[in-house]
Each structure stands twice: as C-alpha cells, then as structure tokens.
Design a protein around this ligand. Structure first.
Ligand code: GDP
Length: 477
C-alpha cells in the first residue's frame, strides 16, 4: 500500500459530479461507499416521506434535497444497495437541476455529512478493486468516454465488455497449471521425475505464442481505429491539395479538429467519413529541396508520410511528368501503404475525362499497376467531381482493416507492452526447453510471463500502476 491509499481509504464514502461541469438540464451527483445510502438519507426526503434506507435497491425516488436550514433542489435519487452497482458497493445518484450552484451546495452537504471528494477515476477503480471489471475493461471505460467516432466507439465498447480478458485469463490458467507441475518436480528433485509433459508443454507454448502474436499484431489496427487513419496528401505546389482538403471538409460536413503541435510545414485535419476518422495531413512542399530551410520542410513531410496509412498523390497533368510521379511512388512504396493516384482538374478536359483515354494516366498505370498501386481516380477538387469515388475508396480501405478483426483488438499501449514482455518470457521458456534446462530455471521465465499477462487484466498489479491508470480518468468516473 502506498501512502495515498492510506490517506484515501477505500472504506470512505466518496462523492463527485458525474456529469460534465457547467450548466445543463440535469446534473448527476454520485455517492459510493458503505455509508452512501445513510448519508443520502440525511439530506434527502422522498415526496411520500419515506426513507431511502427502507426502499428496495435499484429504485428511483422523487424528493427534496435540503440542508438543515433550507431546501436546495427537487431532484431524483436513484439507489443501488449492496454490491449490485457499478462500483460494487452502495451507490446513490442524485439527478438534480443542472446549475453549478446547486451542484456545489449538494456536494458541500455530502461532505458535511461524511463523504469525501472522489479522486480521478476512483469510482471505476473501486469497480476494479471490487471485482466488477478487469483492469483492461476499466481502462476501456476511459476510452469509451472519449470515443468520438463509430470505429473508436466499437473498439472501446468491445474492450469494456470483456475484450480479450477471457483469452488472457485462459492462457494464464494453462500456464499456471504448468508452473505448478514444474514446481512440484522441484520438490521431488532427488527422484528425477517429470510431472509436466514436455511435449504437451511445448505445444501449449506455441499456442500461447500464436495468441500473443495475434494480439500484438492487432495493436496497429486497433490504434488506427482509435486514433484515425493517417492520410498523407502529397503533390507539387498548385496541384490542388488545399482545394481538395477543403472540398472534402465541405462535402462531409466534417467535424474538423485542429491537432495541436502541427507545424507550419504540415497541416493536419481530422475528418469522419462513414464512421471512421481519417487524419488528413497536407504535406506541403514535397519537392526537391532548393535550400536548407526548405529541406527541413521536406524532411518533416517525409517523416509524416512514413507514418501514413494512405497516400493521396495529387497531380495536374499540365504541371507534372509521369516519370517524376513514377519514381516518387517507387521510392516511397511500402507494402502497408495504400496509394491512390489522383488526377486533379479533370474539369479542364473538353470531353468527359476517362483514365483510359488519357495518355498520361495510361503511362502511369502501365508503370505502376498492379505492383505499386491499385487505384487511379480522375477528380476535380474545385468542382467536387468524383469526390464520392474517393471517399468510397477511403472507407473501403478502412473497412478492410476493420473486417476480419472482430476478434479482440489491442488498443492500449500498456497492454501492448505487457504482451511484448510476456512473449519474450515465453520465448525464453521455449529456448530453455530446447536446451533441456532444469525446472527451476524454466519456472523463473514462466513466472515472468504470468506476471505480464496478469498485469493486463489486473490479476497482478500494484498501487503505483493503478494510481497511474486511474489518475488519467476524469473526476466522477
Ligand atoms: P496546393 O498548392 O496543392 O495546395 O494547390 P491549391 O489547392 O492551392 O490550388 C492551386 C490552384 O489550382 C488554385 O488556383 C486552385 O483554384 C486550382 N485548382 C485546384 N483544384 C482544381 C480543379 O479541380 N480544377 C481546376 N480547374 N483548378 C483547380
């Protein structure tokens, strides 16, 4: 136990505003702890004059909330008795009128009657400590609150409902079983017996490795869904990059957010298309650097592009040469990069544009398809022509990432790191087995793997880790 926990005991009854700060129609104040119902009873009387302590659990009551001298508000009190609540302990939720004055007065009253203010994330921490949620599920609660798109919401919800908790717990149980057998062998070391079947053990290790590797791999997908798919827009100056970005923003009635920390050299905007967030990065000035200052800009743009999942290469037929596009694509090609060539300004064509009629595009296709790129679209950023084809292409690509990933996805860096550590330990056990190492040496690495797997769900944890995780929550959650 660290000193924080000694000061703020889990025996206390805690109180906090559960809804957002500020004026609203309704504000919810939540109390949790053994004395929650008693304390609420002292300051709240139901319209029927009945006492909350006499009421059954999971019921809602209309009444008045008052101090010793005056009425503060008419509100609803929802009560959860025993352990059947979010936190696993008695809970009362006052739904009052959403005035910050009322909220402040009610919280003050609760404090006077014996509550203490909740720390950040303390309600969820209690839910974890009382066995209501695994640690990774508790962390998903925080993700769920901040999720702002279909995909990030889906991922957080899946995690909160269990995610890969059962999978990890299952692996841990099987490993634990082997550790006990191996440790049992140690007790009989004189007699040279093997309780743990080495062949079976090897198979188990392989299964565990496969599972962990799959989960590790899912992290990149999970991260994409959680934080958005990075789309780099590249092209010569005046190709129409800004026009395209603006056109997409209008077309999608986008929720645009400026991302802090972007430099003058790259502009980043987030756009939600078909429930998935895309982070568009306008990498201004990807061209050969003429001087030192420009070189810095180009370098930054290249760094951004290295992190992109999709590359939109925008060109103007009158201002580009197929060769420079071809060599750029070949140079920047990565297997995990989806490249879309965008022939902009097709409104300038006298006849209807078609990529098969354009010599320029035919040259590109001959040189690049199918090896380097799969898509070439003619658009007019100015006239919003064929932008629907572009957004369709973007969402289709995003869906290929999501589809087939109904299985558990890792989105949390802490889980990812723990899985990596567990994998390393498992590999050491495998090596040890191959070298016929003694059981006591195998047991060390096995325990290590167990520790890291357990740290994900919270089966093993310490106050420092918990403090760190829950301090990132908001107060009232
Ligand atoms: P950037 O330097 O790549 O960001 O290019 P801009 O978006 O600033 O566009 C450069 C010029 O091309 C501007 O004058 C735009 O109006 C023009 N432009 C952009 N898109 C189109 C298009 O689809 N058709 C035509 N005709 N002009 C366009």
């Amino acid at each position: 136990m660290n000193h924080l926990n000694n000061i703020n005991s889990t025996n206390d009854t805690i109180v906090a505003l559960a809804t957002a700060i500020g004026v609203g129609a309704i504000a919810v104040i939540r109390l949790s702890g053994n004395k929650a119902i008693d304390i609420a009873d002292k300051i709240f009387s139901t319209v029927h004059g009945k006492r909350l302590i006499e009421m059954p659990s999971h019921t809602v009551h209309l009444g008045t909330l008052k101090s010793k001298t005056e009425v503060i508000d008419e509100c609803l009190a929802t009560i959860f008795k025993g352990q059947k609540s979010y936190t696993g302990e008695p809970v009362v939720e006052f739904s009052c009128h959403g005035s910050s004055y009322i909220v402040q007065e009610i919280i003050k009253l609760c404090l006077q009657e014996g509550c203490r203010l909740a720390e950040a994330g303390e309600f969820t921490k209690r839910a974890f400590l009382n066995g209501k949620l695994a640690l990774n599920q508790a962390e998903a609660v925080a993700d769920l609150i901040i999720s702002d798109s279909y995909a990030s919401h889906q991922v957080a919800l899946q995690q909160m409902r269990g995610g890969f908790t059962t999978e990890i717990e299952h692996l841990r149980k099987e490993l634990l079983n082997f550790v006990s057998l191996i440790e049992l062998e140690l007790d009989f070391s004189e007699e040279d017996v093997a309780f743990a079947d080495r062949e079976q053990f090897r198979k188990l290790l392989t299964t565990i490795k496969t599972t962990i590797e799959r989960l590790l791999h899912s992290f990149s997908v999970g991260n994409v869904l959680k934080n958005g798919i990075a789309v780099a827009i590249v092209g010569k100056p005046n190709a129409g990059k800004s026009t395209l970005l603006n056109a997409l923003l209008n077309e999608e009635r986008a929720i645009v957010s400026d991302i802090a920390g972007t430099t003058r050299d790259t502009i980043e905007e987030t756009l939600h298309i078909g429930g998935i967030s895309f982070r568009f990065i306008d990498t201004a000035g990807i061209r050969e650097a003429k001087d030192q200052i420009e070189a810095i800009g180009v370098q930054k743009a290249k760094e951004k592009m290295a992190l992109a999942h999709i590359l939109l290469y925008l060109y103007d037929e009158n201002d580009n040469k197929p060769d420079e596009i071809i060599s750029f694509i070949k140079e920047n090609y990565r297997k995990d990069l989806k490249i879309i060539l965008l022939h902009n300004k097709i409104d300038q064509y006298e006849a209807t544009y078609s990529d098969s009629l354009s010599n320029f595009d035919a040259t590109l296709k001959a040189a690049l398809m199918p090896e380097y790129t799969t898509t070439l679209l003619g658009i007019s950023a100015r006239d919003h022509q064929n932008l629907d084809l572009l957004t369709k292409e973007l969402t289709a690509y995003a869906n290929t990432l999501v589809v087939g990933n109904n299985a558990a996805i890792v989105t949390n860096l802490r889980h990812y790191e723990a899985l990596k550590e567990a994998l390393q330990a498992i590999e050491k056990v495998e090596e040890g087995l191959a070298l016929n190492l003694s059981g006591d040496l195998l047991a060390i690495d096995l325990r290590e793997a167990l520790y890291h797997l357990g740290s994900i769900t919270g089966a093993v944890t310490n106050d420092e880790v918990l403090g760190h995780i829950f301090s990132k929550f908001c107060i009232g959650k």
